[in-house]
Structure formats: C-alpha cells, structure tokens
Design a protein around this ligand. Sequence first.
Ligand SMILES: CCCCCCCCCCCCCC(=O)SCCNC(=O)CCNC(=O)[C@H](O)C(C)(C)COP(=O)(O)OP(=O)(O)OC[C@H]1O[C@@H](n2cnc3c(N)ncnc32)[C@H](O)[C@@H]1OP(=O)(O)O
Ligand SMILES: CCCCCCCC/C=C\CCCCCCCC(=O)OC[C@@H](O)COP(=O)(O)O
Length: 272
Amino acid sequence: MELGWLLWGAGVLLLLHVLMELSPAVNFALRIGFYCLLCVVGSALAAPVCLLVNGGRTVKNMRIIKTVVKTFKYFFGVRFEVKGLENFEIEGPAIIVSNHQSILDMMGLMEVLPDDCVQVGKKELMYAGTVGLIIYLGGVIFINRKSTTSAKMVMAEVAKTMAADKVKVWVYPEGTRNCTGDLLPFKKGAFHLAVQAQVPVIPVVYSSFTTFYNPKKNLFTSGKIKVEVLPAIETKGLTSGDVSDLTDRCFRTMRETLFRLSGCPSEAKDSS
Ligand SMILES: CCCCCCCCCCCCCC(=O)SCCNC(=O)CCNC(=O)[C@H](O)C(C)(C)COP(=O)(O)OP(=O)(O)OC[C@H]1O[C@@H](n2cnc3c(N)ncnc32)[C@H](O)[C@@H]1OP(=O)(O)O
Ligand SMILES: CCCCCCCC/C=C\CCCCCCCC(=O)OC[C@@H](O)COP(=O)(O)O
C-alpha cells in the first residue's frame, strides 16, 4: 500500500518534470503557481503567530511576515545584491517609493524592508484569502483605485497619522505592476503625502527582471536582482505647488538608476 503511494508520487513528479522540460508555458505556470502556493501557505503559518505575538493588526507583524517571505528566494534561485541600506536610517516617518514589476516584488520588498514600515496596496488584495489576511494584519493601507476621491482621503488621513505613529510608508508610485524594463509615469499620491506630512522621500530601485522573468515569454529562471536604496530627498518647506517637480525629480533619478542597475544600453534611455 505504502509502496503504491510512493510510486504514484514518483510518477507524478516525473510527469511534472517531463512537462516542465517540454513546455516553457507549463514550466512558467508551475513556478508561478508554486510562488502563489508559498504565499498562501506562508501567510497561513504567519497569521496565527502574528495574532499570538502582537494580538492583531499592527506594523510590528511586518517583522514576522518579513522572516517568512525572506526564505522564498531560496526556492527560486533568486539572489539579491543590496546597496545603500544606510539611507533608511532616518529617525521617524518617511515615504519610500520603488518600482513595481511583478508579484515577485514581495520578495524584494521584504529583503530590504525597514522596521515600522507599511505599504499602500489596492483594496482587492484584502480578499486574496490568507494573503489578504496577512496583509491586513501587517497594517497595509488599502486604497480604492477606482475612486480618486476616496484614495486621496485615505492618503490625507495617512499624512496625519504618520508622524503620530512614527511609521514609514512604502508606495509603488507607478500604481500597477510593470515588467517592461522601464518605468511607467509616476502617480502623484506618494509625493502629495510626503509634502503634506513634510517628510523625506526615499527612492528604492530594483534592477529589471526581464533577463530572468518575463510572463509574455513564459520565462522564469533563477537570477540576480540588484537593489539600491537612494539618499533621501527632503521636502521640508515644500508646498503642494512643488509636488510635480518633486515627482519629476524622483522619476528621473529612479529611471537613471534602473537603467544603470539593469545594465541597459544608453539608447533605451532615449527611447521615450
Ligand atoms: C506572505 C505573502 C506576502 C505578504 C506581503 C505583504 C506586503 C504587501 C504589500 C502590498 C503591496 C501592494 C502593491 C499595490 O497594490 S500597488 C497598487 C496600489 N498603489 C497605488 O496605486 C499607489 C500609487 N498611486 C497613487 O499614489 C495615486 O495618485 C492615488 C492612488 C493616490 C490616486 O490615484 P488616481 O489614479 O485615482 O488619481 P491620480 O493619481 O491621477 O490623481 C488625480 C489628481 O489628484 C492629485 N492627488 C493625488 N493624491 C493626492 C493627495 N493625497 N492630495 C492631493 N491631491 C492628490 C493628483 O496630483 C492628480 O491631480 P493633477 O496632478 O493631475 O492635477
Ligand atoms: C478565498 C479566496 C482565495 C483567493 C486566493 C488568492 C491567492 C493569492 C495567491 C497569491 C498571491 C501572491 C501575491 C502576493 C501579494 C502581491 C501584491 C502585488 O503585487 O499586488 C499587485 C498590485 O500591487 C498591483 O496590481 P495590478 O498590477 O494593478 O494588478
């Protein structure tokens, strides 16, 4: 009986292996499926620990979530090379902005996440089963992207409470995932938030995933991601009239850094 189960298991594994070898689409789907499974199982394991240790929704849970998610990279052969972590060493609140390429970004996020830092996420994530639960417990701020008014109201509330709670807020200013090797134009919410709260903006840039991850080409192999935390940009004394300039400045700095880290030929920079 037990031998029977072993043979079945070996057979299924062999079949999956052959399918993966034969079809890049199957290979890609299985690897992404496995990543999602890790997220679901990791969240299910972390949630009770968060509840037991910290009692409910609090940014302190991010430490527990970070410990779990930081193990994921070993399953996929993803390596990180991080520079500039000292730029996070700012007392009190700040806005962190970074490029957003894929759901795999959660690994890169947790690789460098400073203490007392929550993220801004789309509210649909709340309904992603155990992942939604863990994101809720971690204190993620949910915004409704379909309603500018309500998103702006939530962000204004965050500006007020940031100083009191001494938290940093991580925003993906592109507002959606983008795996083209370039940046989408930045939305201004993060920069309004920084100016309203008079806190610095810290840009973080991840090199392009395109050499090892490309959903359109069913590509997902092992690879190296370079991460750079850039020096903080002060916003003291800036007013709402300066938000566009601040946004442009961050965009240009981050785009240059993205191309440098990704080893892009200079013509890519001129293409838009
Ligand atoms: C184990 C498992 C893993 C666990 C992982 C745990 C971690 C989970 C992490 C989860 C990660 C999840 C990651 C994710 O889910 S990423 C997706 C969700 N995140 C975002 O969308 C963030 C970036 N978006 C923005 O900042 C947008 O601007 C918002 C959402 C705020 C509005 O967007 P919307 O598209 O609706 O409007 P608009 O941007 O065209 O703006 C319209 C106008 O309003 C002005 N305006 C904007 N804001 C403000 C303001 N505050 N005060 C005053 N004015 C403001 C703005 O200048 C513009 O005016 P003008 O300039 O054109 O005149
Ligand atoms: C009972 C319901 C069960 C639902 C189960 C759902 C399982 C979810 C499985 C895996 C989720 C792993 C992803 C971890 C968090 C990813 C955060 C993320 O990257 O969100 C995307 C968002 O930034 C931008 O969204 P769009 O690019 O605009 O789209």
